[in-house]
Design a binder for this molecule. Structure first.
Ligand code: A2R
Length: 314
């Protein structure tokens, strides 16, 4: 079986390539010309999904059985600053990917396509409506979320109209070594490693510690993606998360317990987001019952590995 990962130079791509390779796939990947990719791959292609025909050319050469579409403008913050870019990459780019898959199908080379979306698509779900099921009405609260919900609908439409073998994912918070420190767990780990190296005073600044989120290690997430590529049903959407809500304060505690020096916690008003959704947690019964997947990696392990990755940076 041949897999093609589109947008593999980001956080998730290398982990997914390793997982698929371990499961026996021959893995090819795409990246932007400006990026470098250091993970496993039999073939690395340069492709910008917003350039008409570029991803179609890759697909013709790679002839994949399974396509994993990770390429995205994936930041909510950037989506406010660059709405047109976000729409371009996440909607126009996804359309290019789906059109390329349609051409391949018409040429007798159909592929399964996994479209990676986000829990952001749901918007502000009330705590009493948690855990969030896939049927929950989505009310996107930012441009990134809106673009990913459109991607989800494109996947459904291409399945209904052209019979493409699309499966859509809504990923909840995923984290682990290598994630940018603009995310909460790597941010805490980065600060601790800097303190341990004596580069800053022993004070960690934090934002809202009361919010509850559904955290999953990225290595578990990519196992879910590969399980869905094998067992997910065409045209369907699946939540991917742990199904368990953790307070940010619990994440902080886990990080502080791993620290090699005592550290004081200080609340930073600049890190507070007043409109924060208090609770967000996935209902993962559909994913579990149809694939048998369960998360395996405990938060403590994710913290240790992320912290060690920062410690090793020197
Ligand atoms: O924006 P960059 O320079 O970090 O590049 C990202 C790349 N990308 C593109 N690839 C092809 N054509 C484009 N026009 C284009 N624009 C951006 O897609 C990056 O290397 C990759 C996406 O990786 P990350 O942003 O690190 O996302 P991550 O955490 O790997 O998540 C994978 C998927 C994304 O679709 C998220 O929206 C979703 O999971 O949650």
């Amino acid at each position: 079986m041949k897999a093609l990962i589109i947008g593999a130079a980001g956080f998730v791509g290398g982990y997914l390539a390793s997982e698929l390779s371990e499961r026996g796939y021959a893995v090819s990947v795409t990246k932007l010309r400006s990026e470098s990719y250091n993970g496993i791959a039999e073939r690395v292609y340069d492709a910008d999904i917003t350039i008409p025909g570029e991803i179609a050319g890759v697909m013709l050469d790679a002839t994949p059985d399974a396509v994993f579409h990770l390429a995205a403008q994936s930041s909510v913050k950037v989506s406010w600053k660059k709405p047109a870019l976000t729409v371009d990459v996440n909607i126009k780019g996804t359309t290019e990917v789906l059109e390329a898959c349609r051409e391949m199908k018409e040429a007798g080379r159909p592929a399964r396509i996994l479209l990676i979306g986000s829990a952001e698509e749901y918007g502000k779900v009330r705590p009493q409506d948690c855990p969030i099921k896939e049927e929950t009405v989505c009310v996107p609260a930012n441009i990134y979320a809106l673009s990913k919900l459109t991607q989800n609908h494109l996947g459904r439409l291409y399945n209904e109209v052209y019979g493409l073998d699309t499966v859509s994912v809504r990923a909840f918070n995923h984290t682990g070594p290598g994630q940018s420190s603009s995310f909460v767990l790597p941010d805490f780990c980065y600060q601790v490693s800097e303190i341990e190296k004596g580069r800053r005073e022993a004070v960690i600044s934090v934002g809202n510690l009361d919010a509850m989120r559904d955290f999953t290690d990225v290595r578990d997430i990519v196992r879910a993606y590969s399980a869905l590529a094998e067992k997910g049903r065409a045209g369907e959407t699946y939540n991917v998360g742990s199904g368990r809500a953790l307070k940010i304060s619990e994440v902080l505690c886990a990080v502080l317990e791993e620290a090699r020096v005592p550290i004081k916690v200080v609340k930073d008003p600049a890190r507070m987001r007043p409109s924060d959704v208090p609770l967000q947690v996935a209902d993962i019964s559909k994913l579990q019952s149809e694939t048998g997947w369960s998360p395996r990696i405990e938060l403590r392990q994710t913290v240790r590995d992320t912290l060690n990755a920062y410690r090793a940076l020197g």
